[in-house]
Design a binder for this molecule. Structure first.
Ligand code: SF4
Ligand code: SF4
Length: 205
């Protein structure tokens, strides 16, 4: 798996969930289908008057979520920016050509209320439940940073093996200390709950 393949998979999914935060810090999510992929750049369309647009302008952070028929979750996290004024028409035309239904939504001159945003630098989390063990991979596009997540074994480990016995995905290897393979970890926390010495810590990004 790689970043571009993840993006292509999102293209096949089609309609994606886009989450932002509002002025109170509350999550706001909506489905977006007016998306164009240019390599790893993700262009998407909304209307200037939508709450979605004002949240993007104020905060910029957006998280995109897609789920494929093969039980793959692809999560994209980054900061979107509005396309410069002199490029708006170009990208609007591209989107309308790919998504003819938009002409029905914004017929004629009403499409002038549209605005295009682009996401160029972002982190991707790929999570597949149809493999055994499950697969989890992380990718960074541009200068975006992938925040570490999941669980890690600390030096407090005494090698008792209790965590290994309760891991549903066999994602823990023996050693001093024991180690969690984050590419196969569900992040369920069962190992941490069963460690007798509290040696397993949640990793905060
Ligand atoms: S349960 Fe805790 S102490 Fe025992 S092997 Fe796992 S991490 Fe180490
Ligand atoms: S968090 Fe769950 S899946 Fe990951 S290592 Fe611990 S028990 Fe296994």
């Amino acid at each position: 798996m790689d970043a571009l393949t993840c993006i292509k998979k999102l293209g096949y999914v089609g309609v994606l969930d886009f989450a932002t935060v509002d002025e109170d810090g509350a999550p706001q999510v909506r489905n977006i289908s007016a998306i164009h992929y240019e390599g790893t750049d993700i262009y998407f369309l909304t209307a200037r008057g939508k709450y979605f647009a004002s949240q993007l302008r104020r905060d910029g952070r957006v998280q995109i979520l897609g789920y494929t028929r093969y039980k793959e979750t692809i999560r994209v996290s980054g900061r979107a920016e509005e396309v410069p004024e002199d490029e708006q028409l170009k990208w609007r035309n591209v989107l309308y050509e790919e998504q003819p239904y938009l002409e029905n939504v914004y017929p004629g001159e009403t499409k002038n209320i549209d605005t295009i945003f682009v996401l160029r630098e972002y982190a991707i989390e790929y999570f597949c439940l149809s493999t055994r063990p499950i697969t989890r991979e992380y990718f960074a596009v541009g200068i975006a940073r992938v925040k570490p997540k999941g669980y890690a074994v600390t030096d407090a480990c005494v090698g008792c093996g209790a965590c290994l016995a309760v891991c549903p995905q066999n994602a823990i290897g023996e050693g001093a200390p024991y180690a969690i393979d984050r590419n196969h970890c569900l992040q369920c926390g069962n190992c941490a709950e069963h460690c007798p010495v509290g040696a397993i810590r949640r990793v905060c990004g």
